[in-house]
Design a protein around this ligand. Structure first.
Ligand SMILES: [Zn+2]
Length: 152
């Protein structure tokens, strides 16, 4: 950390701040407690993964169900107004998600998508614990290149 100059440090801090909405923070904290060390906000990684685990060749994206248009999810309700605007927006977001997935898979990195619905609502803390355990199992014991964790 001390190798960063003040300007870089500032950039890093503002990135951390802007990305520190609670779902990401909760999963990061839970993994950190278990001894996992990761990178965040590293521009070398396309798609801005929320958690980067270089030793595991793994990236984790925490997806908001609305912005990433989680189909069939109760947190994704298609807006009633400006429908063509939203249609385009969601299509773009989904296309970008698919591109990112393809990129990491081509590099033989593993990708985990945690949908926000897996870690919000009732019994939130239990859900976060369960999600964290699932991620660790995937990192440590499984070879699957792709893992998706969702709520309902
Ligand atoms: Zn969802």
């Amino acid at each position: 950390m001390d190798t960063l100059n003040p300007q870089q440090r500032h950039k890093n801090m503002s990135c951390i701040r802007s990305k520190d909405t609670s779902p990401e923070k909760a999963i990061r904290k839970a993994l950190h407690k278990e001894g996992f060390r990761y990178r965040i906000c590293d521009k070398r990684y396309p798609g801005k993964p929320d958690i980067i685990l270089p030793h595991y060749y793994a990236v984790i994206f925490i997806n908001g169900c609305f912005w990433h248009a989680h189909e069939g999810c109760r947190y994704f309700v298609f807006p009633k107004s400006n429908q063509s605007f939203w249609q385009k927006k969601f299509q773009r977001n989904k296309a970008r998600d698919a591109e990112n997935l393809k990129y990491y898979q081509e590099q033989c990195w593993r990708v985990c998508i945690v949908w926000e619905c897996a870690i919000r609502g009732k019994n939130k803390n239990q859900k976060i614990e369960r999600t964290k355990d699932r991620i660790i199992q995937w990192l440590d014991e499984e070879w699957e290149p792709y893992l998706e964790i969702k709520g309902n």
